[in-house]
Design a protein around this ligand. Structure first.
Ligand code: KMH
Ligand code: ZN
Length: 294
C-alpha cells in the first residue's frame, strides 16, 4: 500500500475545487438556496467560481423543477452559465455534466447530453443501493457509456462509491474503454456505498489511503463526502493531495443544524481549510491542465 504523507507539501499539486450545485434529488421547498432554473444556476456558478471553484458539476431540471437529461435543458443552463460568467469577467469554468441523472433514469437518456461535447462528465461505475433506491449502472450499459465518452471526446470523472467500482474501472481500462490520465472521485457516505471511516467516529486516513492506493495510474483523485462527511473528508484529503467537491447536491449544511445559504458558502468554507493546510487552490486553467483537458 502506498503510504501518503500527512503533512502538506509545498510542491503538492494545486487543489481543484468542484461545486455540485443542484443534484437530482433535492427540492426547493426543502432547500430554498438550491439553484434550479438556468438563471439561478448561472448565479450560483458565478458565485462558486468567485469563491474558488474550477469545475461546476451540473444536473439540470425541467420547467417544473424535475430532474431532466434532455439536451434542451442542458443547453439552456450551459448558455445561461456561460453568458453570466462572461458578463462577470471570469474565466469559463469546466462544466461537468452528470450522466448519473436521477435514480430510475434509463442509461440512453443519461448518456444523451454527451453529444453536446461537454469538457467533462461523471461516469458511475456500478449498480448499488442509493438510500432506499437502487442506482442502476449495469455492466453492458457502462461499456456503451464508455464508448460514447470516447466518441465525443469527453473527459470522464469516474465516480467510486465502493471498492468494487475501482475494480470495474481497472476492467474498463483493460478493455481499452478508458484512457489515461484517470480522474477519479471517491464519493463516500452514500447510504448503500462505502463510508469514509473504519471506526465510526470520524473519516479515517487509513480507509482513504487504502482506496487511493488501489486506483489506476496515472490519476488525479478527489473526494465528495456526503452529508456530514463533506467537510471532515475534505480536511483529510487536502493534505494527502486529493481534490475536493462540495455543494448542495452532496450536503446542505454549513455546520450541524445550520443550512448553507449558497453553494459558494460551502466552497469558501473548504477554501479556508485549504489555506489552513497551506494547499494552494488551482485556477480554472490550472485545473484544465491537471485534468488533461485541452
Ligand atoms: N443522482 C444520483 C443517483 C452523478 O451525477 O453522476 C447520481 C449522481 C451521480 O448524482
Ligand atoms: Zn451528480
Amino acid at each position: 500500500m502506498t503510504i501518503l504523507s500527512q503533512t502538506a507539501v509545498p510542491c503538492m499539486e494545486k487543489l481543484i475545487l468542484t461545486a455540485a450545485i443542484t443534484g437530482a434529488e433535492l427540492t426547493k421547498d426543502k432547500v430554498p438556496a438550491l439553484p434550479i432554473s438556468p438563471e439561478e444556476q448561472a448565479t450560483a456558478s458565478v458565485d462558486a467560481v468567485r469563491a474558488g471553484a474550477a469545475v461546476i458539476h451540473m444536473h439540470v431540471r425541467d420547467d417544473q423543477g424535475r430532474p431532466s437529461q434532455e439536451l434542451k435543458h442542458f443547453e439552456r443552463s450551459v448558455n445561461a452559465i456561460r453568458s453570466a460568467i462572461k458578463s462577470a469577467g471570469l474565466e469559463q469554468p469546466i462544466l461537468q455534466f452528470s450522466t448519473g441523472g436521477a435514480v430510475g433514469e434509463p442509461i440512453e437518456r443519461r448518456a444523451a447530453p454527451l453529444s453536446l461535447k461537454p469538457e467533462m462528465a461523471s461516469f458511475n461505475l456500478g449498480t448499488m443501493n442509493f438510500g432506499d433506491d437502487v442506482f442502476e449502472n449495469r455492466r453492458p450499459d457502462m461499456r456503451s457509456l464508455a464508448e460514447a465518452f470516447l466518441k465525443y471526446g469527453v473527459v470522464p470523472e469516474f465516480e467510486i462509491y465502493d471498492l468494487g467500482h475501482i475494480d470495474e474501472l481497472h476492467r474498463l481500462i483493460g478493455e481499452g474503454l478508458a484512457k489515461p490520465p484517470y480522474h477519479v472521485q471517491l464519493v463516500l457516505g452514500v447510504v448503500g456505498g462505502a463510508l469514509p471511516y473504519v471506526d465510526p467516529k470520524a473519516p479515517s486516513a487509513e480507509r482513504l489511503q487504502f482506496l487511493v492506493s488501489q486506483l489506476p495510474k496515472p490519476h488525479s483523485w478527489a473526494v465528495a463526502g456526503i452529508g456530514r462527511y463533506e467537510r471532515p473528508l475534505a480536511e483529510l484529503a487536502i493534505p494527502l493531495g486529493g481534490h475536493v467537491r462540495v455543494g448542495l447536491e452532496d450536503n446542505v449544511y454549513l455546520r450541524k443544524g445550520v443550512l448553507a445559504t449558497s453553494n459558494a458558502e460551502l466552497v469558501k468554507d473548504i477554501r479556508v481549510v485549504a489555506d489552513g493546510k497551506k494547499r494552494a487552490v488551482a485556477s480554472i486553467s490550472e485545473a484544465r491542465g491537471i485534468l488533461g483537458i485541452p
